[in-house]
Design a protein around this ligand. Sequence first.
Ligand SMILES: Nc1ncnc2c1ncn2[C@@H]1O[C@H](COP(=O)(O)OP(=O)(O)OP(=O)(O)O)[C@@H](O)[C@H]1O
Ligand SMILES: [Mg+2]
Length: 367
Amino acid sequence: MSASLLSWVKPKRHLLGLDIGKSSIKVVQLASTRKGPVLKYAGLTELPPGDREGRTDQDRDAPLALHDVFKESRLKRQKIAINFSGRSPIVRYLLLPMMPKDELAEAIRWEAKKLIPFPIEDAVLDYLIVGETQERDLKRTEVLLVTAERGAVLSQIESFKRINLPITAMDINPLALFNALKLNYKSDLEENLVFVDIGAGKMDINISKRGVLRFTRNVQLGGDDVTQAIVQGLGIEREEAEQLKRQKGLAAAPAPEGTAGQAKEQDGRLHEIIKTEADRMILETQRSMDYYRAQFREGSVKKVVLMGGASLMPGFQEYFASYFDANVELDDPFAEILCDEKAFGEIRLVAPRFSTAVGLALRDADD
Ligand SMILES: Nc1ncnc2c1ncn2[C@@H]1O[C@H](COP(=O)(O)OP(=O)(O)OP(=O)(O)O)[C@@H](O)[C@H]1O
Ligand SMILES: [Mg+2]
């Protein structure tokens, strides 16, 4: 009997989703039941800012913090899916003529060679045949190609081994996010769907259509840049700047006309500073959408989903939405997952920070 038939009687086992971001570690554990996935555990550990500065991507595994995460949560060291935290991997959607399997592998390797800035011998190369298209009598294969530097992948796996964490799967952020989206946005998957993860240090701008990830771009701009701009603009400490950002965000009153009290003046300046950073994020998203539409000869986008901590800034979603014709929503990766509201109330408040971890945790342990 095949595994897919067995899955009717044997519930699917999930991997433990572990998302190591620049600012925080997120862990999600799911269990599958007849009613669908159930949230067993979710945790978020903020990494101290001092640890973050000057860290290279390779240091991002934060082994010490991880050790504590597992100790405190009393999670068993079960099979884990993590996100690749090395220098941005290359993801490309390719349309190739129909050809036999071995020739296709060769053609993909050839395409990869053109894309990567290092020798192909030093790359980990993976691809997925995601579908086929037909234009008049020309049939083509749709392929999603993912490559990353072998050294970066191995060193990340190595550092997990050192602290005894069994890594069974490694995903790149856009694919983990898309995995979570597939559960939540089933009815939007046919159309162009834009999803933007704005974390602490970067934004990942992604576009899918017909259930296939077609475009992804990584921009080094995130919530920490907003905090930094406030520190410099208002001449205050990082901690205070971070607090102002989270409490007031873009909802701080814009600069008033004429004379105003000191507090109001600061609010006005705060508003201007955050707006400047938000404008940069909007511009990058707009650019990516324009590029995608031109490249794929696509029309309108109906929906944009925002994920990641920076999208939690008060007023950000509304401000972002005012620039686009599309519906702009804040992601709730737990929307289709059964959650005990009492136990996970606080987690739900910052749900968009968990999109990646949920996507990783949805992975099937038996795959
Ligand atoms: N309530 C909030 N309001 C505003 N900003 C917030 C809020 N909560 C978190 N942030 C900001 O979001 C960022 C962290 O988000 P997130 O946890 O998604 O990032 P990360 O995964 O650690 O980073 P990255 O994805 O870049 O590696 C930080 O810059 C933080 O200041
Ligand atoms: Mg992140």
